[in-house]
Design a protein around this ligand. Structure first.
Ligand code: NAI
Length: 333
């Protein structure tokens, strides 16, 4: 039996992680969970948000399912998520945004994958206070990481029968950093000429275009910070953060997590939507080659949306997390 690291996280994390565990168990998924503590609870217990045991566990098991962890805003410890991605070199964040049946959205047929470089840019966290009135943050972009993410985006496009990759930057202003990113993706694009269409657009225009005509986009490739922001935008196009799954992929390890955070505003109320984490779990099963289990859970989940009468509040329904989970379980084969 395969062992997978599970991080239940903070806020709504434990509720949605338990919801996924229940669905996995009822679907007879053959996984032994190595449960690890990270985030606020780990600070309370071990004095650090990311104990070494967590990293060691993922290095041993190679795969993790992770619920969101809280990061203090403007002070306190560094993000567990960022540290994990860096430590395990999970260089590609893959976030798919596709319409679901019965989920009311502004646009139909949205099917966008955001491929976000996950290890550098302003996320490197190299910041310093110059004096009381001035701070600086250093934006790191390297040729190696930009080539690697460019290649990942085009390979993803080929593997998933997609047609177009769009590179998104602010290279008119950040001429050196975003300029280097763009130069690298352009170079990669040449290798795929005739196979995958390629275009470029500036990040500000991309946001406007996404809101006006999202159907023009297929696969997007972006530096870290723009990718972070745009993937929340694309999840908003297809029903919001409650449904948006994500995968952090590296050469040796993979960590699957929802796009959303720990949602402290709704934590402990049994109203969180577990779909985003469950869909991340489905991506994980596919990555592991457990396609039967993945399809079983996917079909059961999608049937709940097809029927449309048991939905959580974020999707306009009034079902609790538990009721939603029971509806999925009823549909399992
Ligand atoms: P958030 O994504 O936690 O919440 C934004 C809004 O979406 C809230 O109104 C929340 O109630 C709603 N929402 C999110 N997930 C939902 C779900 N599954 N079901 C229903 N509604 C849902 O973003 P926020 O509030 O900016 O961040 C909260 C904390 O999460 C912060 O400490 C932040 O650093 C952390 N965070 C962690 C991430 C991770 O672990 N990968 C990613 C993003 C944020």
């Amino acid at each position: 039996m395969k062992t997978v690291t599970l991080i239940k996280g903070d806020g709504i994390g434990p509720e949605i992680a338990d919801a996924c565990l229940k669905v996995f168990e009822k679907a007879n998924v053959n996984i032994n969970w190595d449960i690890q503590l990270a985030g606020l609870k780990a600070v309370e217990e071990y004095g650090t948000p990311l104990p070494n045991e967590v990293i060691e566990s993922i290095k041993k098991n190679k795969i993790a399912l992770k619920a969101p962890c809280t990061t203090p805003i403007g002070k306190g410890f560094r993000s567990v998520n960022v540290a994990l991605r860096k430590e395990l070199d999970l260089y590609a964040s893959v976030r798919e945004a596709k319409n679901l049946n019965n989920i009311k959205t502004r646009y139909e047929n949205v099917d966008i994958t955001v491929i976000r470089e996950n290890t550098e840019d302003l996320y490197a966290g190299i910041e310093r206070k110059i004096d009381d009135d001035t701070c600086e943050s250093i934006k790191i972009i390297t040729r190696a990481a930009s080539m690697r993410i460019g290649k990942y985006a085009f390979d993803y496009a080929i593997k998933n029968s997609r047609k177009k990759v769009t590179a998104i930057t602010k290279a008119n202003i950040c001429k050196l950093t975003d300029g280097l990113f763009l130069e690298c993706v352009r170079n990669v694009a040449k290798e795929y000429e005739g196979k995958i269409e390629y275009n470029e657009i500036l990040i500000d225009n991309a946001c406007m275009q996404l809101v006006i005509n999202p159907n023009q986009f297929d696969v997007m490739v972006l530096p870290n910070l723009y990718g972070d922001i745009v993937s929340d935008l694309t999840s908003g196009l297809v029903g919001g953060l409650g449904v948006a799954p994500g995968a952090n992929i590296g050469k040796d390890y993979a960590v699957f997590e929802a796009v959303h955070g720990s949602a402290p505003d709704i934590a402990g109320k049994n109203i969180a939507n577990p779909t985003a984490l469950l869909r991340s779990g489905i991506l994980m099963l596919e990555y592991m080659g457990e396609n039967n289990a993945a399809n079983n859970i996917k079909n059961a989940l999608y049937k709940v949306f097809d029927e449309g009468n048991v939905l959580t509040r974020d999707l306009g329904g009034n079902a609790t997390t538990n009721e939603f989970v029971e509806a999925i379980i009823t549909n399992l084969k």
